[in-house]
Design a protein around this ligand. Structure first.
Ligand SMILES: C[S@@+](CC[C@H](N)C(=O)[O-])C[C@H]1O[C@@H](n2cnc3c(N)ncnc32)[C@H](O)[C@@H]1O
Length: 219
């Protein structure tokens, strides 16, 4: 998707992807990764996700990247904090407490920017991208993460011909094909969520699943 697409979504407040609570499947499965508190968790395509506040509340440091300044300002305003702002070649950095959000293009982050990360959490990021960008996202951006990284990936699956993305359907076979070169991929759970997603039903979607994967860098 062109950046303008996302800027317009935020400007129009068309953010149906945003959740008013941390991702339940993240709360359930994150502990199985065994990531030590104090670790910096990379949150790509972060939006104003409350998952980031949850990570900070658990003693993690957070590095998010997000195109939209509206999203980032809303995140900090929502938590009643005023971030410090600075500029770098990656974009505009907003920092408060253990959370740093870069307002910029995720694909512009290099190994130096990600060098401090020990974990990654992806919800509605991979599946926000069309197929060609998903390949770049994994083979370029994830490839710049340190070799000791672990992560949790949450995806959606539905008959793609029934609805245009985003979010896009990404089946297990594609996850394994994309990540398998550099990451061990374990499927932790696959759950039928059609009954809980009336927006998809209204759009004519007849089957909807969410899957959770544990990613462990092959090092
Ligand atoms: C579907 S939303 C998901 C946001 C968040 N992960 C959540 O769970 O609420 C995808 C987000 O990625 C951002 N985005 C899209 N492409 C991006 C890019 N290349 N770099 C940084 N952010 C991007 C969009 O602005 C949007 O906020």
């Amino acid at each position: 998707m062109h950046p303008d697409f996302w800027h317009q979504r935020w400007a129009d407040n068309q953010i149906g992807f945003h959740q008013d609570a941390p991702t339940p499947l993240m709360l359930k499965h994150w502990p199985s990764l065994g990531v030590e508190p104090g670790t910096q968790v990379f949150v790509p395509l972060a939006g104003k996700s409350l998952d980031m506040a949850w990570f900070a509340s658990q003693g993690y440091r957070v590095l998010g990247v997000e195109l939209s300044r509206i999203a980032i300002e809303a995140f900090f305003a929502g938590h009643g904090v005023t971030p410090e702002i600075s500029e770098s070649k990656y974009g505009t950095h907003f920092r408060a407490g253990d959370i740093e959000l870069i307002c910029g293009d995720a694909f512009g982050l290099d190994e130096a920017a990600l060098a401090g990360c020990g974990a990654v959490f992806d919800r509605a990021a991979l599946i926000a991208l069309p197929a060609d960008l998903r390949r770049r996202y994994v083979h370029e951006l994830y490839a710049r993460l340190p070799s000791h990284c672990r992560g949790l990936l949450v995806t959606l699956e539905y008959p793609q011909h029934e609805k245009a993305g985003p979010p896009f359907s990404v089946v297990e076979e594609e996850v394994r094909e994309l990540y398998g070169r550099d990451w061990n991929v374990e499927t932790l759970e696959r759950r039928d969520i059609l009954d809980t997603q009336p927006r998809f039903v209204d759009e004519g979607v007849t089957a909807l699943y969410t899957s959770v994967y544990r990613l462990t860098h092959k090092g």
